[in-house]
Design a protein around this ligand. Structure first.
Ligand code: SF4
Ligand code: SF4
Length: 168
């Protein structure tokens, strides 16, 4: 290893160091003053103030089950297998049902659950849904205390009631 030899500080170098110290201090203080007095705060006092996410945000999923035809395409497309669907064939004498987009409903949906603790919000399930009943919403207020509570059953009354809060 070669030893580092310190050069003696010249008279000129001494004043150059002082000048550099003053310049960098002034620059640093200018940035500090700009942020203290010149920039609007970017923090939001949540939950009193709530940010509105863009319309195309991929946040909480919602299935408008009345328009679900139980085709399983969403569950098949899901890369993490977090959509659980069960359905039974409709009775042949039961009244004919159609979705709002005109698709015949041949199965009665008996379970439509998404485990949002596993969901990676990739959006594939909404992309393949033929009736567009499965959509991402802009809602981000659905934290829970346990992982099990992150499983949302879209046939359950409380989840269906939540729709009225988020669907326009
Ligand atoms: S957003 Fe992706 S991970 Fe989440 S349920 Fe849909 S397909 Fe599965
Ligand atoms: S893809 Fe759409 S219609 Fe098919 S089961 Fe999933 S949510 Fe229902």
């Amino acid at each position: 290893m070669s030893a580092v030899t310190e050069q003696p500080l010249t008279f000129k170098g001494y004043f150059r160091n002082i000048k550099e110290a003053i310049v960098s201090t002034v620059k640093g203080m200018a940035i500090t003053i700009k942020y203290v007095y010149g920039v609007k705060p970017v923090t939001v006092e949540y939950p009193e103030v709530k940010e509105v996410l863009p319309e195309n945000s991929r946040s909480r999923l919602y299935n408008d089950v009345e328009n679900c035809i139980s085709c399983m395409q969403c569950a098949t497309a899901c890369p993490v297998d977090c959509i659980y669907i069960a359905a039974v064939k409709r009775d042949k004498d039961a009244p004919k049902l159609k979705t709002t987009s005109g698709n015949p409903i041949r199965l009665d949906l008996t379970q439509y659950t998404i485990d949002t603790a596993l969901c990676c919000y990739c959006g594939l399930c909404t992309t393949v849904c033929p009736t567009e009943c499965l959509t991402h919403t802009t809602d981000y207020e659905f934290s829970q205390f346990t992982l099990d509570e992150m499983k949302y059953d879209y046939l359950a009354e409380d989840v269906r009631a939540w729709r009225t809060r988020i669907v326009k």
